[in-house]
Write a protein that binds this ligand. Structure first.
Ligand SMILES: NC(=O)c1ccc[n+]([C@@H]2O[C@H](COP(=O)([O-])OP(=O)(O)OC[C@H]3O[C@@H](n4cnc5c(N)ncnc54)[C@H](OP(=O)(O)O)[C@@H]3O)[C@@H](O)[C@H]2O)c1
Length: 284
């Protein structure tokens, strides 16, 4: 397939480009410098030149607290620009896959969030991402929305991706023990995004690694254990003690009814994926 990837300078975009190239696709991988997705004219030029069969949108403004301070910009990148890409995909007769987030959910449910749960985002980041889902679906029928959560991988700037390297510096480490999500390896998510682009079955999917999910504390402790580092140095804190600008869901674990119904194999357990990431030198 000819696949156009946006946000290819980011953690997930890089993994998607690697996966597609390994499968023999013709890949057009754009970072922000080569394709700013808010620039409609530039998007039109790129589509006209590259004529993709499928588009995988990994570009987003992912700084949740910065989005809280600048909602207009959050909506421009995480919603308006997604609509631009979706509309252009329709005109190019390309399948459109866009990545969304577990933060579209409020987090007050016990158990896993499925497609039957109403989104109720608590932050501007979550509201913008949900708006992006809906505008993309309105702009093209061939729209695959993939919600994921707690992504870790090479090149990630988030706590999950960096916990091992932080621990190696001897920095004091703390992790939230009372917020739960489904850790997801960028490599595994990338392969599933590529498959969903090929299947071209429109809908909303939840794509996460298997397992019961974890708290940040459990996730960080598991990463340190696999790296042979001292997990007892990890301090546990409560979510409320951090007083960050953007509210987060307390529980945003995801489960995918659609993948189960159509017989897609579950991704491996997050602990196995974490072992591969840390064992391969990932996380520092
Ligand atoms: N990380 C997680 O835990 C997580 C959880 C759930 C969902 N997601 C979703 O997963 C997707 C990928 O996230 P990620 O973790 O790979 O984040 P990331 O590493 O921050 O990658 C996002 C990329 O998008 C780029 N970008 C920002 N604004 C852009 C624009 N206007 N035009 C083009 N590119 C732009 C960023 O470039 P700059 O760095 O130059 O700004 C960055 O390279 C996003 O849709 C995110 O919402 C992430």
């Amino acid at each position: 397939m000819k696949i156009l990837i946006t946000g290819a300078g980011g953690m997930l975009g890089r993994a998607v480009a690697l996966d597609c190239r390994a499968r023999g696709d013709e890949v057009f991988a754009h970072d922000r410098a080569s394709l700013d997705i808010t620039d409609a004219a530039r998007v039109a030029d790129v589509f006209a030149r590259e004529r993709p069969d499928a588009v995988i949108n990994c570009a987003a403004w992912t700084d949740v607290d910065a989005c809280e301070r600048d909602p207009a910009r959050a909506f421009e990148v995480n919603s308006g620009a997604v609509e631009i890409l979706a509309a252009r995909s329709r005109r190019a007769a390309a399948a459109f896959v866009t990545v969304s987030t577990d933060y579209v959910f409020a987090g007050d449910k016990r158990g896993f969030y499925t497609q039957r749960d109403d989104p109720r985002p608590r932050s501007h980041y979550g509201r913008a991402k949900l708006d992006g889902e809906r505008r993309a679906q309105a702009a093209t029928a061939r729209c695959v929305v993939v919600r994921s959560g707690w992504i870790f991988g090479d090149g990630g700037r988030n706590f999950l991706s960096r916990v091992v390297s932080l621990a190696r510096t001897g920095a004091p480490l703390s992790a939230i023990a009372d917020a739960y999500g489904t850790p997801t390896y960028a490599v595994d998510l990338a392969a599933r995004l590529r498959l969903l682009a090929e299947l071209d079955l429109p809908g909303v999917y939840h794509v996460v690694n298997a397992g019961a999910g974890a708290s940040f504390y459990e996730f960080a402790a598991a990463a340190l254990a696999r790296a042979g580092l001292d997990e007892t140095a990890l301090e546990s804190v409560s979510m409320d003690s951090l007083a960050r600008p953007a509210p987060r869901p307390r529980n945003s674990r995801l489960r995918c009814l659609v993948s189960e119904a159509i017989g897609l194999a579950p991704l491996r357990d997050w602990r196995d994926a974490l072992g591969e990431f840390v064992g391969g030198g990932g996380g520092g």
